[in-house]
Design a protein. Structure first.
Ligand SMILES: NC(=O)c1ccc[n+]([C@@H]2O[C@H](COP(=O)([O-])OP(=O)(O)OC[C@H]3O[C@@H](n4cnc5c(N)ncnc54)[C@H](O)[C@@H]3O)[C@@H](O)[C@H]2O)c1
Length: 248
């Protein structure tokens, strides 16, 4: 029997790099996986062995409720929620005084509001079942305080607080809530954004000077959702090669 046999996992941002990899890993470990994304996730469904995919803007409460409702009517349960959706690819890295208010809202909402709405949508079925695992994607930039990315860093720091507060509210119902805070992951988009010199600098700043892969992040998420983390909640796990060892 595999770790997630008989379980249903929802992965948001499932059309993207880390979402796909996480979905594949959860499916390999026996979960029935549903991918939700504002971009069409059908190729990702095919590639990862997920059972279902839906297009939804997860900043819109009606669309979140519709998509989670569809998962519940198909499968009758949600055991795992991975709040992975969020804008960072293509977001301009500029001094904070040049960030427009609309861009601020888009970046913060896609990362924070989406996680809030998805957690809210699964709270009732998880509380009724008296079990569940939620993993939110933060970033180690929330510890570094990276320059020229204030909207994103602020959003990812908010995810840490949200994780702790959700863990307090849902823990008594048997639901654990944790976060994973990756360093820069070797995905095509991140490589392009950092350029070869930027990438070498990032990896050189880690204790373990191997590139961080999508698979490393998927493994950490699966650990936090799996039986080995039975009594772990409210934590933010830095998966960044030891680049910093901040106050999470
Ligand atoms: N890649 C990294 O180096 C890295 C590092 C730290 C944290 N993270 C976090 O991990 C997560 C995944 O990163 P990734 O590299 O796979 O990014 P990605 O851009 O490949 O995937 C993110 C997905 O989220 C979706 N999305 C964005 N806004 C949405 C919305 N409103 N509704 C529904 N879907 C929406 C996008 O369409 C995209 O498919 C993000 O939260 C990111 O901030 C990534």
């Amino acid at each position: 029997m595999t770790d997630f046999e008989g379980q249903v996992a929802v992965v948001t941002g499932g059309a993207g790099a880390l979402g796909r990899c996480t979905a594949r890993r959860l499916a390999e470990l026996g979960a029935t996986v549903a991918l939700l994304d504002v971009a069409d996730p059908s190729a990702a469904v095919e590639e990862t062995g997920a059972g279902f995919g839906a297009v939804a803007d997860l900043c819109d409460e009606a669309q979140v409720d519709g998509a989670i409702g569809e998962v519940l009517s198909r499968y009758g349960r949600v055991d795992v929620l991975v709040n992975n959706a969020g804008l960072h690819v293509g977001v301009d890295r500029v001094p904070f005084w040049e960030i427009g208010a609309a861009t601020w809202d888009r970046v913060v909402e896609s990362n924070v509001r989406s996680a809030f709405l998805c957690a809210k949508a699964v709270a009732s079925p998880m509380r009724d079942a008296r079990r569940g695992r939620i993993v939110n994607l933060s970033s180690d930039t929330a510890v570094f305080g990276m320059a020229n990315f204030l909207h994103y860093v602020t959003a990812k720091a908010a995810i840490v607080g949200m994780t702790r507060a959700l863990a307090r509210e849902l823990g008594p119902s048997g639901v654990a809530v944790n976060a994973v805070a990756p360093g820069a992951v070797q995905t095509p988009d991140v490589l392009a954004a950092l350029g070869p010199d930027g990438w070498d600098e990032v990896v050189g700043g880690q204790c373990l000077t191997e590139p961080i892969t999508s698979e490393d992040i998927a493994q950490a998420i699966c650990y936090l959702c799996g039986p080995g983390a039975r009594i772990v909640s409210g934590q933010t796990l830095l998966v960044n090669g030891g680049a910093n060892m901040g106050a999470f």
